[in-house]
Write a protein that binds this ligand. Structure first.
Ligand SMILES: [Zn+2]
Length: 454
């Protein structure tokens, strides 16, 4: 049979989310990542369409990392007939398990709510997938180690390579018929608090590179000094500092920075509370996989002992009733749900409160409203006055910026036959395309989404 390899862009083409790339070859059909579309409604609706490919013919899924926009579609893949193995590094699969179960729970709750309040045009509204379906997906998980070539068939082998970003994250190299395909996944930053620097590819015939921040350079805020000032101000006001946070990586990074500031006597001994069931599960992943991050077990234990890790909703209320000045880190990062809502509902109207936003706040979220300076905000069907001080730190991103992206490619010794820019908004993609031409004289392509038909 004639050897061939054909690529289908099923997601993260022209947009940031929904990462899914299918390589069809004469020997095996490989899906790289299987993410959900997130964000605007028209994107989210794409999730409900069947993939325009023969799903049962996919032999294997390789995962770059455990984020929802890279793994969140997996249960739907099973529904469409996939029966192969889902391969990732051990911490990636551990994170994917946490994320899929959480996502399934939200889908079930949303469907239940839609049916109860009868605002659905689908009768009855069905969850995008159920907890049972997520659990069935997890039975197909199979761990592979990093930095080792694995043969899939006679002319196909692949390798996972450490990539920073979140625990377990890798880029994936695949050799097919003597050509190397490199999928960047999401690339992390250098000098991260918890993770080692990303490795760099040395050869790529076909390069697929993320461009989330292809048009941005991260500001060089001095995170530690900014935090120190905000904490001192909180103590001075006898108030509370509430930090809405993403559960994966961001929350653990904040814990580490706060603990480090305390250890170095830069902040007083103010009580710190972590309130995120999902964040606690991710913290366990850090404990299980010490080789995947920079924290020593000694530091990990000292950090966890210093910080109060809330285990139950009853403790949430005890913490709210605790009149001491304190720091509370709780999910979700964009204030769309989670325990942080309870804290804000009780405390956002107090001028002594400070809310610190530490990540990207998408349009339409409460986090974005706070950032935009709204005077009142709605929780659980009621409006509350915003009298709290609202602050933000932008520089805690887990994504490479334009310089980091260029640097990540700097060790590639050949001129790639094709460079595809993926995983970015149109302006980021196009700015980065021009930058690549200037820097390396490479002609990059911005692929479009393969037509997805119902
Ligand atoms: Zn990611």
């Amino acid at each position: 049979m004639e050897k061939f390899a054909k690529i289908n862009f099923l997601g993260a083409a022209g947009v940031v989310t929904g990462s899914k790339f299918l390589i069809e070859t004469s020997e095996k059909n490989i899906l790289i990542d299987c993410g959900m579309f997130q964000g605007l409604k028209e994107l989210r609706e794409l999730n409900w369409n069947a993939l325009p490919i023969d799903v049962a013919a996919i032999d294997i899924v390789l995962l770059t990392h455990g984020h929802l926009d890279h793994v969140g579609y997996l249960p739907r893949l099973l529904k469409q007939g996939f029966t192969g193995k889902i391969i990732g590094t051990a911490p990636t699969l551990a994170i994917a398990e946490i994320i899929l179960k959480d996502s399934a729970k939200i889908h079930e709750e949303e469907a239940e709510k839609a049916n109860k309040e009868k605002y659905t045009k689908h009768k009855p509204a069905l969850p995008f997938y159920t907890i049972r379906e997520a659990e069935k997906t997890i039975t197909l998980f199979d761990v592979e180690i990093e930095d080792k070539w694995i043969y899939l068939s006679e002319h196909i082998s692949y390798r996972f390579q450490y990539n920073g970003h979140i625990i377990g994250a890798t880029f994936i190299e695949i050799d097919i018929n003597g050509k190397r395909f490199v999928f960047s996944g999401d690339i992390g930053r250098q000098n991260d608090y918890l993770l080692n620097d990303p490795k760099k590819p040395e050869w790529a015939d076909f390069l697929f590179v993320e461009s989330t921040y292809g048009n941005k350079i991260h500001p060089k805020d001095d995170v530690e000094n900014v935090l120190t000032e905000i904490i001192k101000d909180t103590i001075h006001k006898k108030g509370n500092l509430i930090i809405p946070s993403f559960a994966v990586e961001r929350l653990q990074t904040l814990m580490f920075i706060l603990w480090k500031l305390y250890k170095q006597h830069k902040i007083p001994d103010i009580p710190i509370f972590i309130d995120s069931p999902m964040g606690n599960n991710v913290l366990e992943v850090f404990k299980r996989f010490p080789k995947w991050h920079k924290l020593s077990m000694q530091d990990y234990n000292a950090m966890c002992n210093h910080i109060n890790i809330i285990q139950s909703y009853r403790e949430t209320w005890e913490t709210i009733d605790d009149r001491r000045s304190k720091i509370i880190i709780a999910g979700s990062g964009m204030v769309t749900g989670g325990r942080v809502l309870t804290y804000l509902q009780q405390l956002v109207d107090e001028p002594q409160t400070t809310v610190l936003l530490v990540g990207y706040q998408a349009e339409g979220t409460r986090g974005r409203q706070l950032l935009d300076g709204v005077h009142e905000i709605r929780f659980f069907g009621k409006y509350y006055s915003v009298n709290a001080a609202i602050k933000s730190i932008e520089s805690l991103s887990a994504h490479a910026d334009q310089n980091d992206l260029l640097d990540w490619m700097s060790q590639i010794k050949n001129i790639p036959e094709k460079v595809y820019l993926i995983h970015g908004e149109p302006t980021a993609l196009d700015t980065f395309r021009v930058k690549l031409k200037d820097r390396y004289n490479w002609n990059a392509t911005i692929p479009k989404l393969t037509d997805i038909k119902r």
